[in-house]
Design a protein around this ligand. Structure first.
Ligand code: BGC
Length: 755
């Protein structure tokens, strides 16, 4: 190694120090960072704040500008602090070696990547996995994703996405934990724990990123990148709790959002970044821009040029410039012109160096790169088994009339454009999940039912032309030539398994839809098949809630199977055959129609909630009832469960006291099954209007056939607190309702009082 004497002398002196004092404590770490910082030129500091996408998977417009030469020079001279999309232990090692050798201080790069639901082994899309309500499972899949990614040289993922969203038109709902603040927060925490483990410097863990901070899930009309208008109470009570929890859990990094909120783009939002995140919440990690989101301050129309954009972003508290070249081109001059203080730059650099230190890179820049480990880790059998288990636990049984499921029939037709599709189940944001590498639905069924007579017809196509991350999906609307074959196979079967829905690229970034029914000719195909055989099990694969009113009315059995990842076909077969009794519950409401959106369970009362017969002047649509198709928290099982009335440990609680809410749940069927018991609360009168109910707890438990289980929830003051009229956080005395049940709309009710 050459040309990096300064940093290496630091490595040596610190590691000697460490052996003398056992483990490093905070002040020691900070000393090391301060030492390093004191040796850095302003250019070198700014370089640490510059991030580029280098490698195969470029996303976004910046990729096409052909800046390779400039970037190479910057990399060589300490002008780049981290990179994204550069993968593989070998590639990463070579690049790291180049940077360590060629730069004056030899400060290593961080390698980052969007590891959203697996790296090479692909797990269910996050929305799907959220339907498992199984936090341990989600922590485990994130940990395996981290292990695989880290083995490939990745140290930092841009996940989890913590954006709460109530709009299924927004394609990015597939990346998150659904519509609910409480569930979304718990899921976010589980994923952060999974990615980061207990020690960031462990070579099997990676840094997480709480994104997108904030409000991105509330883009107007569900159209991606659109503007956001939310009131401060909604921001504090609905959108920010997941981020606050992530900050408290020390998610290593945060990411800006593309959107503005009421006129202020997130990357330039001082209130969010300096006042809340770095102020009130004492957050010490770096905030990375979203892809060129500093540059987009110009497009938003709040900056004239890159220099103004850089000034706004750094002053607001954004630390790392992903792909914008805004900081690298402008910050130096801004400091010289006294428009940005060097102190602010130092603060940002400290955060980056601290992350490098926490990852262990300042002690060994090459610790993550081991090709042997990479080979043995990716796609190993245990990971695939976990993917299968995660897949089946994510499935939601929406309807099962006449006990069509679990399958008894031996003469089975499999129909639909997704049935032999080995790619769509991998879903969008698939990291290194290979195109066409999933176990298809058909393969799963065939493997699970070797004795059955299985026929197949595609029926119709779903899209025409390229179907990938970069291209618009063109829906097939014309070609009905496959219908007849589908009708023929359906006619001769005892049961028809129809596999319909969306391909991987109907959801994800920039995949908003104005209609969210089954795309293309699928509903028409379904109706034709229904004419000849009504014994249909509709297996949906999709990245968002769909509107399926006709299907819900007519099709006897409906299974929501999302995009379940590498082992999708096996996971679905496990459920359809009864090898696994479905236990998933919807993390997001299924509306009856697009016009109903937003439809979510924890809405406010409004002044006119009446459903009195004959009353017209209330909040509703003339042409559709207010209730959703399938509510939040809903999901059936092959078992049936009966809930006892609620028992409360007391009916009045004083501040500081706790209350126990108990129910007994009986499995009244002859099959063992898991149930997600859900607890909701309503604050009847508040200083601001309050939701009709809010999830505040849940427990997933196995109850054996015929047996009962008592479930206890403890409610304390923190469960009743919210941001009040004056924006302070706390409780308000008065009456509360408590609900326990099997979904947000099927509950037992009791009341208590808070003094
Ligand atoms: C997305 C981010 C992602 C980034 C890097 C952006 O377009 O909004 O969520 O982390 O690209 O790939």
């Amino acid at each position: 190694m050459k040309g990096n004497s300064v940093i290496y002398s630091l490595f040596i002196s610190t590691s000697l120090f460490l052996t003398n004092c056992e483990k490093a404590d905070e002040p020691v770490k900070n000393n090391k960072i301060e030492n390093l910082l004191s040796q850095m030129t302003l250019d070198e500091k700014i370089g640490q704040l510059n991030q580029y996408s280098i490698g195969a998977e470029l996303t976004g417009p910046g990729a096409k500008e052909g800046q390779n030469k400039i970037r190479y020079e910057q990399l060589k001279n300490g002008g780049v602090g981290s990179v994204l999309n550069l993968l593989g232990a070998k590639n990463a090692r070579e690049t790291q070696q180049f940077v360590v050798d060629s730069t004056r201080l030899g400060i290593p790069l961080i390698f980052s990547y969007d590891v959203i639901h697996g790296y090479k082994t692909i797990f269910p899309i996050p929305l799907g996995e959220s339907a498992s309500w199984d936090l341990e499972l989600m922590q485990n899949t994130a940990a395996v994703a981290a292990k695989e990614a880290a083995a490939s040289g990745v140290m930092w993922t841009f996940a989890p996405m913590l954006d709460i969203s109530r709009d299924p038109r927004w394609g990015r709902v597939m990346e998150g934990g659904g519509e609910d603040t409480y569930l979304g927060t718990e899921i976010g925490k589980a994923r952060i724990r999974g990615f980061q483990g207990n020690d960031l410097s462990d070579i099997t863990t990676i840094a997480a990123c709480a994104k997108h901070f904030a409000g991105y899930g509330f883009s107007e009309g569900g159209r991606d990148y659109n503007n956001v208008y939310v009131g401060k109470h909604q921001l504090l009570n609905t959108i920010l709790p997941a981020f606050k929890a992530a900050a408290q859990l020390e998610a290593a990094t945060f990411m800006n959002a593309f959107n503005d909120i009421d006129g202020v783009p997130s990357s330039a939002n001082e209130y969010l970044l300096r006042e809340l995140l770095k102020g009130e919440w004492n957050y010490e990690g770096p905030v990375v821009s979203d892809w060129n989101s500093f540059g987009e301050l110009i497009t938003h129309g709040i900056a004239n040029d890159k220099s103004e954009a850089a000034q706004l972003a750094i002053n607001a508290g954004s630390d790392i410039d992903m792909e914008g070249s805004v900081y690298i081109e402008s910050l130096k001059q801004l400091v010289e012109d006294n428009k940005v203080s060097e102190g602010k730059i130092d603060d940002a650099v400290r955060r980056v160096l601290k992350l490098k230190q926490d990852l262990g890179l300042l002690d060994d820049p090459f610790k993550y790169f081991d090709e042997e480990r990479e080979k043995n880790t990716l796609l190993n059998a245990d990971h695939l088994e976990l993917a299968r288990d995660a897949g089946r636990k994510s499935i939601v049984l929406l309807k099962n009339e006449g006990d069509l499921l679990p399958l008894k029939a031996k003469n089975i037709a499999v129909i639909g454009p997704l049935a032999k599709d080995k790619d769509s189940p991998i879903g969008n944001w698939r990291a290194q999940g290979e195109t066409g590498s999933a176990v298809s639905f058909y393969e799963g069924i065939e493997a699970a039912l070797p004795e059955a007579n299985i026929t197949y017809a595609e029926g119709c196509k779903l899209s025409i032309g390229p179907n990938n991350f970069f291209n618009e999906v063109e829906v097939e609307e014309e070609d009905r030539s496959g219908f007849q074959e589908a009708i023929n196979v359906a006619r001769n079967a005892d049961v028809v398994l129809m596999n319909l829905g969306e391909t991987a690229y109907f959801s994800g970034e920039a995949r908003s839809r104005s209609e969210i029914g089954l795309p293309g000719l699928q509903l028409e195909l379904l109706k034709e098949v229904y004419k000849v055989n009504k014994n249909i099990v509709l297996v949906l694969m999709n990245g968002r809630p769909l509107t399926i009113p006709w299907e819900a009315e007519n099709i006897p059995a409906i299974v929501e199977a999302w995009h379940l990842g590498s082992m999708a076909g096996h996971s679905i077969a496990d459920v359809l055959t009864g090898k696994y009794n479905p236990s998933g519950k919807l993390p997001m409401t299924f509306p009856r129609s697009v016009g109903q959106i937003p439809t979510y369970y924890n809405h406010k009362m409004t002044g006119r909630p009446s459903t009195d017969p004959g009353m017209v002047f209330y909040s509703h649509n003339m042409d559709i009832e207010n209730s959703p198709q399938y509510p939040f928290g809903f999901g059936l099982s092959y078992s049936t469960f009966e809930y006892s009335p609620i028992a409360l440990s007391k009916e009045v609680i004083n501040k500081g006291e706790k209350l126990t809410v108990s129910v007994t749940v009986k499995n009244t069927s002859d099959v063992d099954g898991e149930e997600v018991v859900q607890l909701y609360i309503r604050d009847v009168v508040g200083s601001i209007t309050r939701p009709v109910k809010e999830l505040k707890g849940f427990k997933k438990l196995m109850i054996k056939a015929g047996e009962s289980a008592q479930v206890d929830f403890e409610i304390g003051e923190e469960d009743l607190a919210f941001y009040r009229k004056d924006f302070t956080f706390g409780t308000e005395p008065g009456d509360f309702e408590v609900f326990v049940g099997t979904s947000s709309s099927d509950v037992q009710t009791a009341t208590f009082k808070l003094n």
